[in-house]
Design a protein around this ligand. Structure first.
Ligand code: URA
Length: 245
């Protein structure tokens, strides 16, 4: 990472240790030093030769990386798993960078997930008010009527939590097998949201895949494949998250 006259909180966030908001708190709390001096003023500018420490530990100005991964089923969306299951970080290049997934997909859900070491962009994209489109395709047991599908947009109550979709479309139905395929778009990202919404109305999800995240899709990738995002895509993601704030 080349830093040149950048705000201190931004540089801390970009080192991957925390979000920009939390970096601001670290500064205010007097936990940040620049060239050996505690700096409590937000917005202080730093350059590439400045030595920045958080809690006496120098931050590493790690190069930022961004991957788009086609997560296969039976991988866990975290950096480590106590139960020894395979993790999504095992599917991207093994470097010394601390790459983590932006949000999560369930163990049994496949599809598009982003991985990065850019804590700031991750926070920005995951914030619920930023309304990033997440498009899923679900194969479900049963064939819901149009009226049932409209419930998704009104919001479905699950364990005291209202879960909402922004769009729902029936893509196909198989009357013999009594199954259907539904496309559902969310802005929220609550735990097991798609599965819970269908379960609540009596249509269990048999298979779930995330097809799209913002403007990004899985074109050209097979399960387990990844690619790096282009500079333009990274900029566009950042713009998308900012403008919907
Ligand atoms: N909704 C789910 O139920 N599971 C996922 O993995 C993502 C969204």
């Amino acid at each position: 990472m080349t830093i040149n006259n950048e705000r201190l909180q931004k540089v801390i966030a970009q080192s991957g240790i925390t979000s920009r908001r939390k970096a601001e708190q670290l500064i205010v709390d007097g936990r940040v030093k620049v060239n050996g001096k505690v700096i409590k003023k937000l917005g202080t500018k730093v350059n590439k030769n400045d030595r920045i420490e958080v809690d006496h530990v120098p931050i590493t100005k790690e190069e930022l990386v961004y991957y788009l991964l086609y997560k296969p089923r039976r991988f866990i969306s975290s950096v480590k798993d106590d139960r020894g299951r395979k993790t999504v970080t095992e599917l991207v290049p093994n470097t010394d960078k601390r790459v983590f997934p932006i949000g999560r997909l369930d163990y049994d859900t496949s599809g598009l997930i982003l991985l990065t070491n850019d804590g700031e962009l991750a926070q920005l994209l995951m914030h619920p008010s930023h309304q990033i489109d997440k498009v899923y395709v679900a194969k479900i047991k049963g064939i819901p009527s149009k009226a049932v599908l409209t419930l998704f947009k009104k919001g479905i109550l699950s364990k005291g939590e209202k879960l909402k979709a922004t769009q729902v479309k029936l893509l196909s139905a198989n009357k013999q097998k009594n199954t259907s395929v539904i496309e559902i778009t969310l802005h929220e990202g609550k735990n097991r949201q798609v599965r819970r919404m269908f379960e609540e109305i009596g249509f269990p999800v048999l298979k779930l895949k995330r097809e799209r995240y913002s403007f990004l899709d899985l074109t050209g990738l097979q399960p387990g494949d990844y690619r790096e995002l282009t500079r333009l895509e990274i900029q566009k993601l950042r713009d998308d998250a900012m403008k919907k704030n």
